[in-house]
Write a protein that binds this ligand. Structure first.
Ligand code: PLP
Length: 377
């Protein structure tokens, strides 16, 4: 029986991310790609991994792409390849997923946090220079929620002060800064293919991108137990390979990334139109220098009403997320640093990420916007 769309009853169930469209559409391609891996019987460092690395490098416009088993490992391996370790300081943002800072600590270096801009949620560039000390070795800018940070001043400062730049691009595959793909501007770019990322696989995955042949070689060695040649280990490395099935899945998905990023961008435009003028919320700022891929559409809810709004939306069947409920410097592991980052701290109590995916329907967005307006009035 077909239902008249006007009769579809509320309350609806709206997840924060709906992957069913993508999976249903691509299922035949995905199944045959996975089946081909099974038929070939090569599960580690096979042809799909090599082909995916070549295709990803081509897409990004970069000389080398090394596929890894997660975005976290991409950060750790990039830092190690760049020679960062014990005693070094690495500047980054406190408003990110923990893994950014965790990777810095993991290699023995110290994360130095720089507060963020309340409009873009990205590192406040004007505070960057004053965070540099004699021990500073690198900067990790994070292109949060899919929007590039202003890279020119970061690269300028890095050049002046002889610092390495490792970009955390976990949330911005395909995003751009002044026409260049993010993740290809600094010394190395670190991507994640965690399932919910804007380019995700159906398991864990990651990648480092670079134009430097020496860094590429080191990263590839660190991935496979510090060896170029099997059983001739030269360094203490990791087992951090992307597996063949995940590479095959990513090869099916990569050709769609521009269409999907465009779908997310259009959804963000519709949210802007639907939400503009609602009292008590602030919409995300999109900068001219960036092609924002809206991994998240994150609003700020003022007057301490964020949690109340989230609960009211949930009661209407609308799921939302809080990225991130605590800034990194206030997480238990870093609490003893006793830092004060006022903007990041207030963002943590104000941000709310709304449902977004490339194929989200206008009617769904209208429903969400109506409920937000009603909840806050
Ligand atoms: C997801 C994410 C990571 C870690 O990636 P994994 O693949 O989950 O290890 C790192 N940094 C940021 C900003 C992320 O969002």
């Amino acid at each position: 029986m077909r239902m008249d769309p006007r009769e579809i009853a509320v309350p609806r169930r709206i997840p924060v991310l709906d992957m069913s469209h993508e999976i249903q559409t691509l299922k035949p391609q995905l199944m045959s790609a996975i089946e081909a891996v099974l038929d070939r019987g090569a599960f580690i460092m096979g042809q799909n991994v090599k082909d995916f690395e070549r295709e990803a490098a081509e897409y990004l416009g970069v000389d080398y792409a090394i596929a890894l088993n997660s975005g976290t490992d991409a950060l750790v391996i990039a830092l190690l390849a760049c020679g960062i370790g014990e005693g070094d300081e690495v500047i980054t943002t406190p408003f990110t997923f923990f893994a950014t800072a965790e990777a810095i600590s993991r290699v023995g270096a110290v994360p130095v946090f720089v507060d963020v801009d309340p409009g873009t949620y990205n590192m406040d560039i004007s505070l960057l220079e004053s965070a540099i000390t004699e021990r500073t070795k690198a900067i990790i800018p994070v292109h949060l929620f899919g929007q590039s940070i202003d890279m020119d001043p970061v690269m300028e400062l890095a050049k002046q002060r002889d610092l390495i730049v490792v970009e955390d691009v976990a949330q911005a595959f395909g995003g751009e800064y002044k026409g260049s793909k993010v993740g290809t501007i600094g010394d190395m770019g670190c991507f994640s293919f965690f399932p919910s990322k804007n380019l995700g696989t159906y398991g864990d995955g990651g990648l480092v991108a670079t134009n430097d042949p020496g860094l590429a070689e080191l990263a590839a060695m660190l991935r496979t137990h510090g060896s170029k040649k099997k059983y001739y280990n030269e360094l203490i490395g990791f087992n951090s390979r992307l597996d063949e099935i995940q590479a095959a899945i990513l090869r099916v998905k990569l050709p769609y990334i521009d269409i999907w990023n465009e779908g997310r961008h259009q959804a963000s435009e519709r949210y802007r139109q639907l939400l503009e003028g609602i009292e008590g919320i602030v919409l995300p700022v999109e900068e001219d220098y960036s092609k924002h891929v809206y991994h998240q559409y994150t609003i700020r809810v003022l007057h301490a009403r964020r949690d109340e709004l989230q609960a009211k939306l949930l009661a209407e069947g609308i799921s939302t997320m809080i990225y991130y409920p605590l800034p990194v410097h206030q997480l238990p592991v870093y609490q003893s640093m006793n830092l004060s980052m006022p903007v990041a701290e207030s963002l943590s109590s104000e941000v709310l990420s709304l449902p977004i995916w490339p194929q989200i329907e206008v009617s769904t967005q209208r429903y969400i916007a109506d409920k937000i307006r009603a909840s806050l009035s």
